[in-house]
Write a protein that binds this ligand. Structure first.
Ligand code: KMT
Ligand code: NI
Length: 176
């Protein structure tokens, strides 16, 4: 089970720290906001799951201190990942190694739900859900990113994206 909990919103502490309020978040609550979680031990399981959902593209990202020329470049990239954004396609993230935090905005009460993904954890993020990503204090993740269509990678930041059609559709889908 992916470790999920309510984020403490403490901006005075590095975003790679746990930020755990001690309030756990259940799989049911994740489902209510449209997230799917699976634990897969083999690449074959991931592949058949992706095939069932009509995924056509994928890439692998390796994010670690060594993948950047210096600390400043790393922090600017991490800041981009950590900006609250949405995508117009459903997307799958599968952790191959290391770990990372996916924070997902609960549209019912605006809390940040933090998911610590570790090796074997797979998350499906629906189109239109606000989220952000960061490394943990281990500073290392290797992740498979699966895309339904072209890996175009466009991120739409809040608040501009509030008016996005996919945001509206997402809200309707969860019953808001
Ligand atoms: C996202 O959608 O924000 C990301 O996929 C971030 C990097 S994946 C480890
Ligand atoms: Ni994203």
């Amino acid at each position: 089970m992916v470790k999920a909990y309510v984020h403490d919103n403490d901006a005075s502490v590095d975003f790679r720290e746990d930020h755990d309020t001690g309030k756990p978040v259940s799989l049911e609550r994740l489902e209510k906001i449209g997230l799917i979680y699976r634990k897969f031990d083999t690449q074959q399981d991931v592949d058949s799951f992706a095939l069932e959902r009509n995924y056509k593209n994928r890439d692998i990202v390796n994010i670690t201190v060594d993948s950047f020329p210096d600390e400043e470049t790393m922090m600017s990239k991490l800041n981009v990942f950590y900006a609250e954004h949405l995508h117009e396609d459903e997307e799958i993230r599968y952790c191959l190694d290391g770990e990372g935090f996916f924070d997902v905005r609960d549209p019912f009460n605006e809390e940040w739900i933090r998911c610590r993904v570790q090796k074997g954890d797979l998350l499906v993020l629906p189109a239109g859900v606000y989220h952000r990503f960061t490394l943990t204090s281990d500073n290392f993740i290797k992740a498979l990113r699966l895309f339904k269509e072209e890996p175009k990678w466009l991120a739409y930041n809040r608040p501009e994206a509030d008016k996005n059609r996919y945001r509206q559709e997402y809200l309707a889908q969860v019953g808001l």
